[in-house]
Design a protein. Structure first.
Length: 321
């Protein structure tokens, strides 16, 4: 079935652009998807159209605050807010999505994040904040696609720029900064590269406070990945749900090595369940596994679909808590 577009409104009145992909058969599971930096959910149409045509999974996505069609004015572009606001709005959106699912215990909800969306979903799901823990809707599993745990050196801004951003952010938090990503690192598919290069809604812009907090989230998760270091305050090293984690070895935007190191440190949700913690390496894969040519995006699509269906079947059978 074709996808549909719409909107929903956050508590502060911001109207958020959303898109839903429906399977041809009644859905057996749902995925709520968080896109990455300088990205928007419409770009994922080829992947999610293929996924929902192949598996009975319904996908819900939305352009995050500051990005895509949600940013309707120049002032809104890149103004994502502080980490507390980012995490709160993820929860608000997930509560909204969960409210649209008639039988969430029978057709469970999974969270999926790519790149920055993976980073933000990590901070959301690994948070030990008591208020947040009690307010999350039921989440059955977590899917990570090249999450931004650490930046690859090829994409890391210089320490001079980072230091300047942190300093100026104290006085001019809403000042904008453009951090352009190399489209050649996105995918090996030249058409995908050109799509991002020529899309005015992929503006590579953030506020200084938003950039500062993004870098702080990176630092916290990188520290969490180090098994010889204490767990950072406010985070846990115990997975709250099963996870399927994938990363390409040729990703020059987010670092494969740091991503895998965090995966290795995190304790599984259920040590007795082989599907509770899964990592797949895509040899030669670039940053967007969902947009890689030569059969890689199809392989990744099948991995996601099969894992979601397997976890859903176990939940239905009552074998997973």
């Amino acid at each position: 079935m074709p996808s549909t577009t719409g909107t929903f409104t956050l508590r502060d009145g911001l109207e958020v652009y959303s898109r839903v992909w429906e399977p041809s058969d009644p859905p057996q599971a749902h995925i709520a998807f968080l896109h990455g930096f300088s990205d928007r959910c419409d770009h994922y149409d080829p992947f999610f159209s293929l996924l929902t045509a192949t598996y009975p999974i319904k996908v819900h996505a939305w352009d995050r605050r500051g990005w895509g069609k949600t940013a309707k004015t120049k002032a809104q572009m890149g103004d994502t807010g502080r980490t507390s606001q980012v995490v709160s709005e993820i929860n608000e959106a997930l509560v909204h999505i969960a409210s649209t699912i008639l039988e969430i215990t029978q057709t469970p909800l999974f969270v999926m994040g790519h790149s920055m969306g993976g980073q933000e979903s990590a901070v959301y799901l690994l948070s030990t904040d008591a208020g947040l823990s009690g307010g999350r809707p039921p989440i059955a599993g977590w899917i990570l696609n090249a999450p931004y745990i650490g930046l690859d050196p090829a994409s890391r801004p210089s320490w001079v720029i980072v230091s300047a951003l942190r300093f100026v952010a104290r006085f001019l938090p809403k000042l904008k900064h453009k951090q352009t990503l190399d489209v050649g690192f996105v995918s090996r598919d030249v058409e995908v590269q050109e799509k991002y290069k020529n899309d005015p809604l992929c503006h590579n812009t953030g506020t200084l406070e938003g950039m500062r907090d993004l870098l702080q989230r990176e630092a916290d998760l990188t520290n969490l990945s180090m098994s010889d270091q204490p767990v950072p305050e406010g985070l846990t090293a115990k997975l709250p749900v099963p996870v399927f984690w994938a990363h390409g070895t040729k990703d020059l935007i987010t670092a494969y090595s740091v991503s895998k190191r965090l995966y290795d440190r995190l304790e599984p949700y259920d040590a007795n369940d082989p599907d509770a913690k899964t990592f797949k390496t895509f040899e030669g894969g670039f940053h967007q596994l969902h947009a890689e040519p030569d059969g890689m995006k199809e392989e990744y699509m099948r991995d996601v679909g099969e894992w979601v269906c397997k976890v859903t079947a176990k939940l239905s059978a009552g074998t997973t808590a």
